[in-house]
Design a protein. Structure first.
Length: 391
């Protein structure tokens, strides 16, 4: 007999992968045809933010593919936007995204037990998955043997019997279990409505049930439904967010949770522009000079369109440490205008957001960054910036 397991809905731990939507997928979406999307997870299978901030204070975002946001640039994923808002406003918190495609509320119950049971004091934001509709449409709902919705795997049935009428009681029980678990495990819970656009009476019913349970149990409920239902400009299809939608979602979460978090007057994250919306030339474009504190970590983030004329060394990143006698891991050009440098390459004909981590040499108190063209004369930088994180 085949050994069975409880399904743990998560992304693969240690994931570092570029995702490209298929031509078929792109037909009815607002996604760009030439863009590559990077997804990365830590050793726990959680997507962390682009800023790389590590703290003992954590916020976890749970939900389905709407939260997972595979087809958003890292800087525009909810965990990155929310963590940026927290760090810039003096909240020393790391934000992790545990959203995963296909998840439903019983999967979230399993996830909380098995992944967050040792994270007391953490803040959880659970966005109700739209996939609960599919589970509830089956005769045995969350306990069917359907390959997509079964909580126990392997499951191979693709033609499970449909319910004559949706029974919402199992969903209500799952919401109550999530609330009870968070209470037992000392997790600060916030819940949000389903992330969707357009009309869907089942989603409306699920949101109403969850809202009423949360009200009765005194759990904050963030209701995005009125705005998202009408907000086509927030979505690239009916369930998945564009950058504008991710910003709106993250701002709503920030407004709901910030009064419950510990803060001080420090800004842990600062971001400095190198250049925006320009085609690079042979002339170096420099950022301002950035003052560094001991222990600062820096990351260069470049969102650019790379042309078809080259796929190697398309641009050059130059680093000025403000001193001549610095011990850098980077090579140094004989050209004094360039100094220490790193070549930047990306797939030809694609828009990509690149992350470049750089070590701060001992004794470096200020730094600036420059960009110029190299083998290609057609690289268009949409946004290039430097993040500085102070622990």
């Amino acid at each position: 007999m085949t050994k069975r397991y409880i399904r743990l809905k998560e992304l693969k731990p240690g994931l570092l992968n570029n995702y490209v939507p298929s031509d078929e997928y792109l037909i009815n979406t607002k996604l760009q045809k030439n863009e590559i999307y990077l997804a990365k997870t830590n050793s726990d299978g959680n997507q962390d933010s682009i800023w790389g901030f590590k703290s003992e204070n954590n916020v976890f975002l749970l939900g389905d593919s709407s939260v997972e946001s595979i087809y958003l640039r890292l800087s525009m994923k909810p965990q990155s936007i929310l963590e940026r808002m927290l760090l810039e406003n003096g909240f020393e918190y790391s934000v992790y995204n545990l959203g995963v495609s296909g998840s439903q509320t019983l999967n979230i119950v399993n996830l909380i037990i098995n992944k967050l049971g040792n994270k007391p004091g953490s803040t959880l934001v659970v966005s109700i998955p739209s996939n609960d509709e599919g589970a509830l449409d089956l005769k045995n709902n969350y306990f069917s043997d359907h390959w997509r919705y079964s909580s126990i795997v392997p499951a191979f049935n693709r033609i499970s019997t449909r319910a004559e009428k949706i029974d919402y009681e199992p969903f209500e029980k799952n919401i109550k279990m999530i609330i009870a678990l968070c209470d037992i495990l000392n997790l600060k819970l916030f819940m949000t409505s389903i992330i969707y656009n357009g009309e869907n009476t089942v989603y409306e019913k699920l949101n109403k049930i969850a809202s009423e349970v949360c009200s009765h149990k005194k759990v904050p409920f963030i209701n995005f439904e009125p705005v998202f239902k009408e907000g086509k400009d927030y979505f690239y299809d009916s369930l998945h967010l564009l950058p504008s939608g991710s910003i709106y979602y993250s701002e709503g979460v920030f407004d709901a949770i910030n009064s419950t978090l510990v803060s001080n007057s420090l800004a842990y994250l600062s971001i400095y522009d190198i250049c925006n919306d320009m085609v690079l030339t042979n002339t170096m474009i420099w950022s301002e000079s950035i003052k560094l504190l001991i222990g600062s970590t820096i990351r260069v983030i470049i969102d650019a369109d790379f042309p078809m004329d080259s796929s190697s060394k398309q641009m050059l990143l130059s680093i000025d440490y403000g001193k001549e006698d610095i011990q850098s891991e980077l090579p140094k050009s004989e050209n004094s205008e360039i100094g220490y440098f790193k070549y930047i390459s990306a797939p030809a004909g694609k828009r990509v957001e690149l992350l470049i981590d750089l070590k701060v040499p001992n004794g470096c108190e200020k730094i600036r960054f420059g960009l110029r063209s190299w083998k290609s004369q057609q690289v268009r930088v949409i946004k290039a910036s430097v993040s500085v994180v102070n622990a």
